[in-house]
Design a protein around this ligand. Structure first.
Ligand code: ADP
Ligand code: ADP
Ligand code: MG
Length: 542
């Protein structure tokens, strides 16, 4: 059995687990009769970053509301809730006792970065600098702005910022506060890998050097690995109940999660393990060429941004990964291929049918999800389509909703499904991981990979989640340049040389976890880091 999914199992293989019996009496909080219940709590620890790994709807925000004193936990008794003292009694002798006493006495100051930064401009108007300075209890705005590379936007109005800028401003506004407990609900949405690593290092320093307790929720596993000292896995049935495990070492927590089995809890959370290619990148198939595209260039306005694309070829039946910093022209390239944009030089009449999922997915037609998807493919509703598309993308429980009512993650899954359901020569997915939680990423990655294999489809995937790229791609296309000024696109190359070129630009090396072969970011200046840089092997070390 498996604890992650709601309703129908995406693999059609396992039954839904019920709450482990030994837990039944031990709820931390229950909202009401037949409402969501949370079991266990993460433990904030001074000087440490604690990670919380699990799907959305599993009670992460509920846990944080308890830890910040916003709700007094009722220990499951919503009709006759216990007093704070009774609650603390329940946690007596555990590591949470002192912390909860602090919460009860109002001694714990909390700073929080919200999950959905897009909503910030609705709450704050005016200049970015004013927002940050009004939060700046530690007197570190300028330093933190510099570290997060947002100094150039400090004089702009909040509502003019891009998603990636807003994300870093929200993080800065949290970290400049003088709090005991910091909660960061997702660090990486809209950020490129360089920005993700910089943000993660800043959070680590706050915990280590200022001796603060930090709790993070993060769905990019490479970044979570870099960030957290320890991890609680959260499992259960989203919106029904969630169980927060005892802390595990970060390495063990992520490995158990990927394997799909929690050792101490004796709990299977997924029927199959997620495995990385350990030894060498996928061999490039000697497949025929789907298309040769020529050298192209495109600039916007007068000297605003220019992109140079070196001509290359895309192989039939490959998954081509595309990587590079934000603002470097990746989406522009996708639009050039898809025909939505004309190049200044170069002829891109490729004669291909392209199915394109743009980076920003709009879904404003007043139409139900099932009606929308069945208008795209005749295969809608067949058992084949259900198994390959609907189940892994967890569409069943949103089929009857209207497109405009969908959340970001739901809209993303519908858009991936719609794109893959089309009949096309080339499928182009711009940032499919955006807004997906960790479980949905794992399932979407498998769905895309399986679809490519079973349909002999050719797929191009632009993404910043290095695990997703590693699991998906046969070859890699690397963009470099100066974001917002100029970009350069190299032709597709094999994974090893592509990763080396990409990561050398970022000055980041990866090692492999000895058990799962999962990539892990090296500490800068560590022996491995220096040796790999000397050898020019940034990613594949075997
Ligand atoms: P996560 O942060 O992991 O996404 P949440 O803690 O926000 O999860 O929510 C877990 C579940 O609890 C959701 O199904 C949500 O609808 C439910 N929930 C949250 N707040 C309340 C509330 N005040 N009353 C009833 N149910 C709630
Ligand atoms: P990426 O996908 O790599 O993040 P994009 O291709 O979206 O990059 O954008 C590259 C640069 O071009 C950015 O600086 C962006 O602001 C700019 N840009 C994108 N579209 C337009 C447009 N229609 N007009 C002017 N500038 C644009
Ligand atoms: Mg883009």
């Amino acid at each position: 059995t498996c604890g992650i999914c709601v309703e129908k199992c995406p693999f059609d293989a396992i039954e839904i687990i019920n709450l482990p019996q030994e837990l039944e009496e031990d709820a931390t909080h229950r909202y009401g009769e037949n409402s969501f219940a949370l079991y266990g709590l993460p433990i904030p620890e001074k000087g440490k970053v604690t990670g919380l790994l699990g799907p959305n709807g599993i009670g992460k925000s509920t846990a944080v509301k308890v830890l910040s004193g916003e709700i007094t936990p009722n220990l499951g008794d919503f009709e006759d809730p216990p007093s704070w003292d009774e609650v603390i009694d329940q946690f007596r002798g555990t590591e949470l006792q002192d912390y909860l006493q602090g919460v009860r006495d109002g001694d714990i100051e909390v700073a929080r970065k919200p999950q959905y930064v897009d909503q910030i401009p609705e709450q704050f108007g005016g200049e970015t600098r004013q927002l940050l300075e009004s939060a700046d209890e530690r007197g570190v705005v300028d330093e933190i702005a510099e570290r997060l590379s947002i100094t150039p936007v400090l004089d702009q109005d909040i509502d003019s910022l891009s998603g990636g800028e807003l994300q870093r401003v929200a993080l800065a506004a949290t970290l400049v506060q003088d709090a005991d407990f910091y909660f960061v609900d997702e660090l990486t949405p809209y950020l490129d890998i360089g920005q993700r690593v910089a943000a993660a290092r800043l959070v680590r320093e706050l915990a280590e050097e200022q001796n603060r307790a930090v709790l993070v929720v993060e769905h990019d596993l490479a970044v979570l690995d870099l960030l957290a000292d320890s991890i609680h896995v959260a499992y259960g049935r989203p919106s029904a109940y969630g169980v927060v495990t005892d802390p595990k070492s970060t390495k063990k927590g992520i490995n158990e999660y990927l394997r799909g089995y929690l050792d101490n809890e004796n709990m299977r959370i997924r029927p199959e393990a997620i495995e990385f290619e350990q030894h060498a990148p996928r061999p490039v198939s000697e497949a025929d060429t789907l298309v040769d595209y020529p050298d192209m260039s495109k600039s916007y306005g007068e000297g605003e941004f220019s992109l140079d694309v070196e001509g290359g070829s895309i192989n039939r039946n490959e998954v081509l990964g595309v990587v590079g910093p934000n603002g470097i022209g990746k989406s522009t390239f996708a639009k050039l291929l898809a025909g939505g944009l004309e190049p200044d030089e170069g002829d891109v009449d490729l004669g291909l049918d392209i199915a394109y999922k743009p980076q920003y997915v709009e879904a404003d037609q007043p139409m139900r999800v099932d009606a929308f998807l069945s208008s795209i493919t005749d295969e809608f509703g067949t058992s084949y389509w259900n198994t390959e598309i609907a189940q892994p993308l967890q569409l069943e429980r949103i089929m009857e909703q209207n497109l405009p009512d969908l959340s970001g993650g739901e809209r993303q899954r519908v858009a991936i499904a719609a794109t893959l359901s089309k009949d096309a020569d080339l499928y182009l997915l711009d940032e499919p991981s955006a807004h997906l939680d960790v479980e949905q990423r794992v399932l979407a990655t498998r769905a895309i990979r399986r679809y490519a294999e079973n349909h002999e489809a050719t797929v191009m995937v632009i993404d910043h989640d290095i695990y997703m790229i590693d699991l998906l791609a046969d070859r890699l296309m690397v963009f470099d340049g100066e974001p917002a000024e100029y970009g350069h696109a190299s032709p597709p190359q094999e994974m090893r040389s592509g990763m080396n070129e990409f990561l050398a630009n970022l000055d980041v090396t990866f090692r492999r976890d000895e058990n799962l072969g999962r990539p892990r970011i090296n500490k800068p200046g560590s022996q491995k880091d220096e040796q790999q840089k000397r050898e020019g092997e940034y990613y594949y070390t075997q």
